[in-house]
Design a protein around this ligand. Structure first.
Ligand code: PLP
Length: 424
C-alpha cells in the first residue's frame, strides 16, 4: 500500500497520523522515538483506540436493546493492562482457560461478568472458576456436563450456556472457522437437543442452570449474512432467555480490507434475534479482534536489506511476535515509520530460522535501509497472545501510548527470563 502523507490506512489505530515530515504518530507519540526509547520489536497500543472501540460496541447495542452485554474475548490480547482498560469501559469478559481467568481477575473484572469457555476444561480449571465465582460457564461437550456437576456438588447451581455449532460458515480460513457441524467446539445441531435435555432434566439434579445457548461461527468474517443465518439455524433448538452470539467481526489488516461497521454488525445480530427468536432476549456478544486488533502496531528495526530475486528486508522480530502469517497466511501491511510511501516492492521477513517466517509478503517500502524502523499495523489481536520464544528470542514489551505519553505495561523479556523455569 502506498500511503500518502495525508492518508493513513484504516488498519492503524484511531488518532494515528503521518505528520508533515512523513513520520508516523501514534497516540500523540512519534513512532521512531518510541522505538529509540523502548527498543524493538515492541507492541505499541493506542489506549484511546481501545476505549473508543469498546464504547462503540456498547453504544451500538444500547441503541437497539436494553438487555445485552459485550464480552471481551480475551484470548485476543490477554494482557493485564488491556483487561483493566476494558473492565473500566464497562465491558464483560470471556476467558478460555484458567490462565486467562487469572489474568481477567487480576485485570479487575467482576467474576460475575466472566464467561468461561474451553473445549477441554480440566477439573482444576472448573474448580478455579467456581471458587472465583465465575458467572457463567459455557459447556462445550458431553463429558464436561458430568465433570462440572461433580465440581458443583451440593453448592449453589452453576449458571451455564450450551455451545452449539449452527453449521453455518463465514468466508474465512479453515483454521479460524468454528461453526461447522464437524468442529472441535460445541454440540452439533444433531446432538444439541439431547445435551439440552441432559443438562435440564438429567441425573445432575439441578446442579446446572441452563440460561441459554452460545455459538461462535468463526473469526475475521467480513460479511454480515453468515451471522444472520447462524441465528436462524439455532432457532429450532428451543426458546431460551439468553443467546451468546460469539464474536467474529473481521477487521482491516490492510487498506484494502473493508470490514462492516460495528453498528451494522450489531444491528444485524440484534435485529435477527428479535425477528427470529423473539423480543426480550438477553443478547451477549464476544468480540475479540474487533475490540483490540487495530489498537496496536508493532515496531521493528531493519537488520539487513538483501537483494536477489526479491528484496528481503529482515527485521529483529518475526514469528515469535506475530505468528499469524505463518499459522494461517494472514496478510499485513508495512511502512518505514518515518518515510511513509511506497516505491520498493519487498518481502519483510523475520529473524527466525524458518523460510516461512515472512511477516509481509508484498510490502512496498520507501527505499528501506538498515536501521530503519518498520511498522506493521493491526497487531493487537493474537500478536502478544501467541508470542513465543522460538530461537530463544525474548518476547517484546507492550507499551501504552495516549495523548503524547508512553508507558510500559509489560516489560521486554530478558535472557534471564529464558532460564527462569529451569530447576537446576
Ligand atoms: N468467542 C469464542 C468462543 C471464540 O472461540 C472466539 C475466537 O476463536 C472469539 C469469541 C473471538 O473471536 P474474534 O476474535 O474473531 O472476535
Amino acid at each position: 500500500m502506498a500511503a500518502t502523507r495525508t492518508q493513513l490506512s484504516q488498519a492503524y489505530p484511531i488518532g494515528s497520523r503521518v505528520d508533515e515530515d512523513g513520520r508516523l504518530q501514534i497516540g500523540g507519540c512519534d513512532a521512531v522515538e518510541l522505538a529509540r526509547e523502548f527498543g524493538t520489536p515492541a507492541y505499541i497500543v493506542a489506549e484511546d483506540d481501545l476505549r473508543a472501540r469498546a464504547q462503540t460496541f456498547v453504544e451500538a447495542f444500547r441503541a437497539r436493546t436494553s438487555d445485552f452485554d459485550v464480552l471481551f474475548a480475551s484470548k485476543a490480547f490477554p494482557c493485564t493492562a488491556v483487561y483493566r482498560v476494558l473492565a473500566e469501559e464497562g465491558i464483560a469478559c470471556d476467558v478460555a482457560s484458567g490462565g486467562e481467568l487469572a489474568l481477567a481477575l487480576r485485570g479487575g473484572f467482576d467474576p460475575a461478568r466472566i464467561y468461561m469457555h474451553g473445549n477441554a476444561k480440566s477439573v482444576a480449571e472448573l474448580r478455579f472458576a467456581r471458587e472465583a465465582g465465575v458467572g457463567h460457564i459455557v459447556i462445550d461437550n458431553a463429558d464436561e456436563i458430568e465433570r462440572l456437576e461433580a465440581v458443583v456438588g451440593d453448592g449453589p447451581p452453576q449458571p451455564v450456556l450450551l455451545r452449539v455449532t449452527p453449521d453455518v460458515r463465514g468466508m474465512t480460513n479453515d483454521k479460524i472457522s468454528t461453526g461447522q457441524a464437524d468442529s472441535k467446539f460445541g454440540f452439533s445441531m444433531a446432538d444439541a437437543p439431547a445435551a439440552i435435555a441432559r443438562v435440564t432434566r438429567g441425573p445432575g439434579g439441578g446442579r446446572l442452570d441452563l440460561v441459554g445457548l452460545h455459538m461462535h461461527i468463526g473469526s475475521q468474517i467480513l460479511e454480515l449474512d453468515p451471522f444472520r443465518r447462524a441465528i436462524e439455524a439455532i432457532a429450532p433448538l428451543g426458546d431460551f432467555g439468553t443467546y451468546n452470539l460469539g464474536g467474529g467481526l473481521g477487521v482491516a489488516y490492510t487498506a484494502e480490507q473493508e470490514p462492516p461497521r460495528i453498528a451494522d454488525y450489531v444491528a444485524a445480530k440484534v435485529d435477527t434475534v428479535t425477528r427470529v427468536l423473539g423480543p426480550g432476549k438477553r443478547i451477549l456478544d464476544e468480540p475479540g479482534r474487533a475490540l483490540v486488533a487495530n489498537s496496536t502496531v508493532t515496531l521493528y528495526t531493519v537488520q539487513s536489506v538483501k537483494r536477489n530475486v526479491s528484496t528481503w528486508v529482515a527485521v529483529d522480530g518475526g514469528m515469535s511476535d506475530n505468528l499469524r502469517p505463518m499459522l494461517y497466511g494472514a496478510v499485513y501491511e508495512a511502512q518505514v515509520a518515518d518515510r511513509f510511501g511506497g516505491g520498493t516492492p519487498v518481502k519483510v521477513v523475520g529473524k527466525h530460522c524458518e523460510s516461512g517466517d515472512v511477516i509481509v509478503r508484498d510490502a512496498e517500502l520507501a527505499d528501506p535501509r538498515v536501521g530503519d524502523v518498520i511498522v506493521t499495523p493491526a497487531t493487537g489481536a493474537y500478536g502478544h497472545a501467541m508470542a513465543n520464544n522460538y530461537n530463544g528470542v525474548p518476547r517484546p514489551p507492550v507499551i501504552f501510548v495516549s495523548q503524547g505519553d508512553a508507558r510500559v505495561v509489560v516489560r521486554r523479556e530478558t535472557y534471564d527470563d529464558l532460564f527462569a523455569r529451569d530447576v537446576d
